[in-house]
Design a protein around this ligand. Structure first.
Ligand SMILES: [Cu+2]
Length: 293
């Protein structure tokens, strides 16, 4: 009895701690956009129409999951209360019920269809790339990303995680980089990914994109950011020692600011040099003609 009381007291304390932390986290979650926050619940805020749909689909699924889990729980409790050996000493010997068996086959099929239709619709929308306003090529390397803008000049640059000593106070730890990928707002950006050494994965949660960067194969996805700001992602395929330290930082700016950035990028000799001789596996993959549409 004493053990039970102690357990109950511990549960109350833990509940209060978790509750307090969640409340505190609620405030923190409002502070930042485009990155994860401590004690965050749910997904990162959507910055693209696709991510808005992903979030809505996630919420829609949550209704189904809650209803199914609740229904099964009610059935289990009913079985335990009404049909235990004491309450029901002589069990019924019924083994089949056609109506019930048809129902418990057809109802789950209908639920799967109700889930499957919007799921495939969203999947096709993610995979069908609309006419793109610009292309960014992201090359995964051990352990950083390189970006080039094939339709905006011949430059290429590396994007490395900032070390703590170089980081400004407002820049998030383990996510901020020295050279961010810059894109214009409200434009369809086609992202091509490739791996220079091993498989990496290019993922930005707020955009609802994640695509593997595979050596010798050009993958592509797209996003259309509808809000200016900084958005962070991480390599999402275990790629070796510093897998956790090759973040993706995307700065979404106005079209005017993007033009200015492109002009500046085209005038940086070290970036141009990197773009001119792409003596990396990227160039080899290009020459071989990737199996691209
Ligand atoms: Cu990686």
């Amino acid at each position: 009895m004493l053990g039970f009381k102690r357990l109950a007291a511990a549960a109350v304390v833990i509940g209060a701690l978790v509750g307090g932390a969640l409340l505190a986290g609620g405030e923190a979650a409002l502070a930042a956009f485009g990155q994860a926050t401590p004690w965050q619940l749910g997904m990162q805020d959507a910055a693209t129409p696709i991510m808005e749909e992903i979030t809505a689909f996630h919420d829609y699924l949550l209704y189904w999951i809650t209803a199914i889990a609740g229904f099964v729980l009610i059935l289990l409790v009913m079985v335990m209360v009404r049909f235990n050996a004491r309450a029901n000493p002589t069990p019924s010997r019924v083994t089949h019920n056609t109506l019930l068996e048809v129902a418990w086959t057809v109802v789950p099929i209908m639920i799967l269809v109700l889930i499957g239709v919007p799921s495939f619709r969203l999947l096709f929308k993610q995979l069908t790339i609309p006419p793109a306003d610009l292309t960014v090529k992201a090359t995964g390397k051990q352990w950083y990303w390189s970006y080039s803008y094939p339709d905006n000049g011949k430059f290429e640059f590396d994007s490395l995680m900032l070390q703590d000593k170089d980081r400004k106070a407002e820049q998030p730890r383990l996510l901020a980089v020295d050279n961010e990928m810059v894109v214009p707002v409200n434009k369809v950006v086609r992202v091509q990914t490739i791996g220079a050494d091993v498989i990496h994965s290019f993922a930005v949660p707020s955009f609802g994109i994640r695509i593997d960067a595979i050596p010798g194969r050009l993958n592509e996805t797209w996003f259309k950011a509808t809000r200016e700001g900084m958005y962070y992602g991480q390599c999402s395929e275990l790629c070796g020692r510093d897998h956790a330290f090759m973040p993706i930082a995307v700065r979404v700016v106005s079209e005017q600011a993007f033009r200015e950035w492109v002009d500046a990028a085209n005038n940086r000799p070290e970036w141009k040099a990197a773009g001119a001789d792409r003596a990396t596996p990227t160039a080899v993959a290009d020459a071989n003609g990737p199996t691209d549409r």
